[in-house]
Write a protein that binds this ligand. Sequence first.
Ligand SMILES: [Zn+2]
Length: 330
Amino acid sequence: MKGFCEKCREMVEYNVKMVNKEKTIKGRTVKYVAKVAYCNECGEELFVSEIRDYNLSVLDAAYRKAEGLISVEDIEKILEKYGIGKRPLSLLLGWGEGTLTRYVDGDTPSKPYSDTLKRILEDKDYYREILEQNKDNISPVAFRKSMTTVEGDASAHETAVSKLESAVKYLLMQTSEITPLALQKLLYFAQGFQKAFTDIFMFEEDCESWVHGPVYRNVYDKYKGYGYNPIEEKELSFEDINLTEDEKELLDHIVSYFGCYSGKVLEHMTHTEEPWRVARRGLKDWESSDRIIEKKEIASYFSSVKEKYKMLNLTDIKDYSKDLFSKLCS
Ligand SMILES: [Zn+2]
């Protein structure tokens, strides 16, 4: 370790000792253990900026401890624990919007502000009360995000939006008029082509081989009220859509090449495909079935489609959709 010694007037090796110190801040005397650097040549104390920074942070921590003030780490814990940003939390508390930003940057909070923050950290119900009472101070998005975090922290993975739900939401937003039947078919094509192109299925859920084609049961249950009419979901937003950019891109291509067909046309398309037929082997066309369309059937069928149509890019999916359509008409 080298530093500049004022006395020797040159860069010198130094050693560091821990030294007990006292400092009076705002009328309170704070004890702390500082680092001090000494020149190896002359033994004089010398200035090292990293050591100064270290001492300041130790002093700050000692002062906060003596005063019972919240630490920066604990403030950051609050933000993480409740899924809230510095600005929204400041606003929820009726403080200036930059208050928490300053605290996180190292400003020392006053005792009452600190006490409020400490209580928030410890008492989830207290925070929830503040969140509910002052939600008009923050955006609906920030409110929902924080509420979800507060409610979900015991079972976080259960409240995470599934890929299937996310894909449904994304497809509803990217299409103007889509019926439950058409939606099911787009999901199925997305599942198949995502597997063919990336070797990973988009959804964990299995679909069933119903009379009208492949059906994801949860999605059916959610939208069955629409019958053969387009789904009208209000308040759709890109918030909490749990999809990667690649997955969105694939869905965009599915919408482009299959979204233009009616649910009925798509139904006939999927009837010509292997996986649905295999799952329904031995059943009459009108016989209802909740048999699973096995993922391995979907995987092998769509991989053979990709090969047959020599697909290199997602845009090549178009050849397949056109071909299916022309076969229906012939
Ligand atoms: Zn020296």
